[in-house]
Design a protein around this ligand. Sequence first.
Ligand SMILES: [Zn+2]
Length: 344
Amino acid sequence: MNESIEARIDRLQKGGIVDMHFDLPMDLYEKRHSRDVLVTEFLSEFEAGHISVLGAAIYIEDRYLPQNGLRVALDQIARLYAETGTSERFAICKNFQEIRAARETGKIAFLITMEGVEPLSTDLNQLRVFYELGVRSIGLTHARTNAAGHGGIFAANGSSTEGLTAFGRAVVQECEALGVIIDLAHINPAGFEETISLTTKPPIVSHTNVRRYYDIERNISDEQIKMIGERRGVIGVNSILVSPRQEESTLDHYVDHIVHIANLIGIDGVGIGFDFFEFIYRQWPESRQKDLAAKFTTPHFISDLTNHSHARNLTRKFIERGLSDVDIEKILRGNWLRIFKELL
Ligand SMILES: [Zn+2]
């Protein structure tokens, strides 16, 4: 076969790309006084990158807590419904059949996810309400401690050594009962292990990097990668914590994270969780950027992988690195679709 590299990229991209972590609802909420934000600011990038399923993450910033966590979460969901309702190109999906139907009709499917359970306070009934609104994946914590557990910190050690709280354990059990995918991104190592021991279904880590290349407890160790692999889960690789050094934050090194996971647990255990964040970061004043660096870390963006239109660059890099079509398609979509089919 004498197929050009561009034709091969086209063919691989055409089946669509699944990205399990995108901070879209937060941005739509901040722009709640504008209309058609999704169509005017995002659609062309999604189309250029052949994005077919996006994990749209509800996340509540510190400044809204504790009083307004619930309200801001509901407003984020409201904006997502309002904005997706303006175009035939989008669908909010609650199960695998809806995802499949969206893909067959060329729509971009959103799966609503929650990053940190602050919106629930300590009320399991609110988990049921968010489920009814469409939330289908939940990570108990972001970096901070909350009513469910403790986040992994942006350092090689020093996170809380405690696991989940009683509420955290109840949330995990209720998620499994309802059919909400449990996401182990951000949780501290003790909470990670406890969640694995409490559950039976395949776990996911929607967006993370490997500690081998960026050794912080927010990222995932070889031992943790193997725990996910043993349970047939999937790990989405993050584009913003690829290296502590800017000069090593490259597309090649992003692929190194994917290859490392595949070497440990097989190609079926790795997917995409880009966590594109530059578009939010550049809207911030310098004082907030400094605040982020002080609290967590300075994000190092990969210049040719900063938004969804760049997905094609990744596919090209996979080809250059010698990955087979079958493996590329598993990473780009197949592995996440298997999880949706099994769990939703
Ligand atoms: Zn995150």
